[in-house]
Design a protein around this ligand. Structure first.
Ligand code: GLV
Length: 332
């Protein structure tokens, strides 16, 4: 792999050497899975930000997601490739990558099955009262069947779901929801790009009208300037009374104060959130104890296959980097 870093100080004219990979994550077993592949390149693994800060200078390739800080680039003279462990890349400042001549690839697609299944699980968990049944179990309470339609279990067939974001996660989710006989409406930046199997597809500008028809709104879009606070007080207020909101995108796609207001006013019957603005969710957040909020700890993408999904991408990107080709899922 020839050095192609501009302005990389002593790295500029370094002879090609075997690159060293740093796997940086608090929990993923990338090192063990890399060893299971025979460790095609040397590597080391760090599990905390202080460890990463101390050793970033040894890495030519970094595999990272939540431990990334844009300030790390200045302390990484050898770094040429960051393979993100996350599909979302909102934590990486593109300008920093350009300034330091570091290439960035996302893990888009690696979690599409997991996140689409998780979004569906959250929707089913709410409509089938699974979360409240578990709470009841803990207090040995047999709630039985409910006379009140507002709290009775429900069926998804024939209901309308709006899927915001029709990328790899959204398009698989659309297929799953269609299998449950829902009417599915996709919302994407460019509706001309295709329906991905949805019954209808619209641009973001059509969101208020589309929201009024939705029994469930499921967010699986990336966090961008256009999607930041997408579900603000006005848009939450445009939702069909009694609708359900599922967020498997990023916390900042939803205005949390407005969400609490919409739940308390009865506009929304429930919110199932895999992501929150601040993570971990702070102890004082009212979301924790809200009776109609159901939380998973940003685990929608997790699967026992995840490390291998990303290592497949890493190996392909190492090959492409060596061949001077554009990366798979190149972001910067
Ligand atoms: C998870 O949130 C991801 O972006 O992969």
């Amino acid at each position: 792999m020839a050095s192609d870093r501009p302005g990389g100080g002593e790295g500029v004219n370094r002879p090609p050497t075997t690159p060293t990979i740093c796997f940086a994550h608090v929990a993923y077993q990338c090192g063990a899975r890399w060893e299971a592949r025979g460790a095609p390149l040397p590597f080391f693994e760090v599990r905390s930000l202080p460890e990463l800060e101390a050793r970033i200078g040894e890495a030519d390739v970094l595999v990272v997601s939540g431990l990334w800080r844009n300030t790390l680039a200045a302390a990484a003279p050898r770094l040429r490739l960051v393979q993100s462990l996350s599909a979302g890349t909102d934590q990486y400042d593109r300008a920093v990558f350009q300034a330091h001549g570091i290439r960035l690839a996302s893990a888009a697609g690696g979690n599409a099955k997991a996140v689409s299944e998780h979004a569906l699980a959250l929707l089913l968990g709410v409509t089938r009262n699974l979360f409240t049944a578990r709470d009841d179990q803990h207090r040995q309470h047999w709630s039985g069947m409910k006379a009140d339609f507002a709290v009775r279990e429900d069926e998804l067939a024939g209901k309308t779901a709006v899927v915001v974001g029709t990328g790899r996660i959204g398009s698989r989710l659309i297929r799953l929801l269609k299998a449950l006989e829902m009417h599915v409406v996709g919302v994407r930046r460019d509706p001309a790009a295709g329906t991905e199997g949805a019954d209808e597809v619209h641009g973001l500008d059509a969101l208020p009208a589309v929201l009024a028809r939705a029994d469930a709104v499921i967010l699986v879009c990336p966090l961008t300037p256009e999607t930041t606070n997408l579900m603000d007080a006005a848009r939450l207020g445009a939702m069909k009374p009694g609708a359900i909101l599922v967020n498997c995108a990023r916390g900042r796609v939803v205005d949390e104060a407005a969400l609490l207001g919409a739940l308390d006013s009865g506009r929304l019957s429930a919110a199932a959130l895999d992501v929150t603005v601040e993570e971990p969710l702070p102890p004082e957040s009212p979301l924790w104890r809200h009776p109609r909020v159901f939380i998973t700890p940003h685990t929608a993408g997790e699967t026992r296959k995840y490390e291998d999904n990303v290592l497949d991408m890493l190996q392909e990107n190492l090959r492409r980097l060596g061949a001077g080709e554009p990366l798979l899922n190149q972001v910067a």
